[in-house]
Design a protein. Structure first.
Length: 393
């Protein structure tokens, strides 16, 4: 039997070249191969993030949650004000981290499946004295995407830094850090970056680095920008260095996965523009499939992400559907938003599988077969036919 296809919003399927890169005996953190891969990965991160030469990438062993914590404690001191754009599960986590940091947190929310209007965010920023604006680029619990360009500009207008949790978005959704004036964009390795779990990744703007220097509060040592800065500088200059052991196998694979992202081509487009467009078209083709099966999405209209779909169960069908889908060789995820878990399921379509339309067809086929088995009245073949009618890439 072929291995099941992992179509959850992270961890995701990885490319053969990435797998080959990390499936080696553990190398030393000061081996020439790791030093070269680390330096290359830092250079490539700036390109993938659309960040300036003056920005600072960080690669630290950890998870998305650790990356979030690192961002919070390096730019916000106890007593300072922060505004959080609340679009679901992970925005709530960010707000809780800020509270534990001793920050005064203002949440700007919206009903499930929606994002707050820019004017409401502006009003919260205008209340004054706000150190930083936090937003989840794509909330993995709802599939809602915000507009980081508009939010970063709003933060700037009010003298606040802008920090984006890109854990379910980075490398799948358009993001141009320098052009948009964002200050921190963070992610982890197991989502659209296309590696196994184990790395916390982020790029900080010069303004974010200055904010750390002027923080006037202690930062926990293991996540302090200023502890890690000399390490990143050393690897960039291809010198060995040590503060805390990096995840060496993953560093080798990171250089490869970032290289693959930058080698993307779609029509006339190259690099990250092509990578974002490939995800946009893959998501649009998947949405054709959902519509053909009579399924609705949790996010409203234009807010649906490219990296995943949060799909509502149709009438008469519930969480048993995900088991029926798994029985057909495809793993999808259940609902995550508190109180609504049993009303929808989630399908990741980011990274390597977006280069393999056959994997996406196989996913739709499995879901269609499972729906029919659960009594949903549709005809076999409608989802793939609709997928095939969408623009290709
Ligand atoms: C997955 C995810 C996280 C948490 O990442 P972990 O690696 O599980 O800690 C945070 N934010 C978003 C948007 C995510 O999708």
């Amino acid at each position: 039997m072929t291995a099941p296809l992992l179509m959850i919003p992270g961890p995701i399927e990885v490319s053969p070249a990435v797998q080959e890169a990390f499936c080696v005996p553990p190398p030393s953190h000061v081996s020439p191969k790791v030093i070269e891969a680390f330096g290359l990965a830092l250079e490539r991160m700036r390109e993938v993030w659309g960040a300036s030469a003056a920005s600072q990438p960080f690669v630290v062993a950890g998870s998305g949650t650790i990356a979030m914590e690192m961002a919070v404690v390096n730019v916000v001191a106890p007593g300072q004000r922060a505004v959080v754009v609340d679009t679901g599960y992970f925005s709530a986590r960010m707000a809780e981290m800020l509270r534990r940091r001793g920050a005064q947190v203002t949440m700007v929310g919206a009903p499930v499946g929606q994002a707050p209007a820019l004017e409401e965010v502006e009003a919260a920023l205008a209340a004054g004295g706000c150190k930083a604006l936090f937003a989840t680029h794509v909330d993995t619990s709802t599939g809602v995407r915000v507009d980081p360009e508009a939010l970063a500009a709003a933060a700037r207008r009010h003298g606040a830094l802008s920090i984006f949790d890109g854990v379910c978005a980075t490398a799948a959704e358009a993001f141009w850090m320098e052009r948009w004036g964002a200050d921190i964009y963070l992610t982890s390795s197991q989502k659209a970056i296309g590696l196994p779990a184990g790395l916390a990744l982020m790029v900080a703007s010069p303004e974010a680095m200055a904010a750390r220097r002027e923080l006037g509060a202690e930062v926990p040592m293991s996540v302090d920008f200023l502890e890690w800065l000399p390490i990143m500088t050393a690897y960039q200059e291809r010198r060995p260095s040590y503060f805390s052991t990096p995840a060496t196998n993953l560093i080798l694979a990171l250089a490869v996965s970032l290289g693959e992202l930058l080698a993307s081509r779609v029509g006339e487009l190259t690099g990250m523009a092509a990578c974002f467009e490939r995800h946009r078209r893959a998501a649009a083709a998947m949405r054709q499939g959902w519509a053909a099966m009579g399924l609705e999405l949790l996010p409203e209209g234009g807010l649906a992400a490219s990296s995943l779909s949060a799909v509502c169960y149709p009438q008469g069908v519930g969480p048993e559907l995900t088991r029926e889908i798994a029985a057909r060789g495809v793993i999808v995820a259940g609902g995550l938003y508190k109180g609504l878990q049993s009303t929808y399921f989630r399908v990741g379509h980011m990274g390597h599988t977006t280069t393999r339309p056959d994997d996406l067809r196989r996913t739709l086929e499995a879901i269609e077969g499972a729906l029919i088995a659960c009594g949903h009245p549709i005809e076999a073949g409608v989802a793939v036919a609709a997928f095939n009618a969408a623009p290709t890439w």
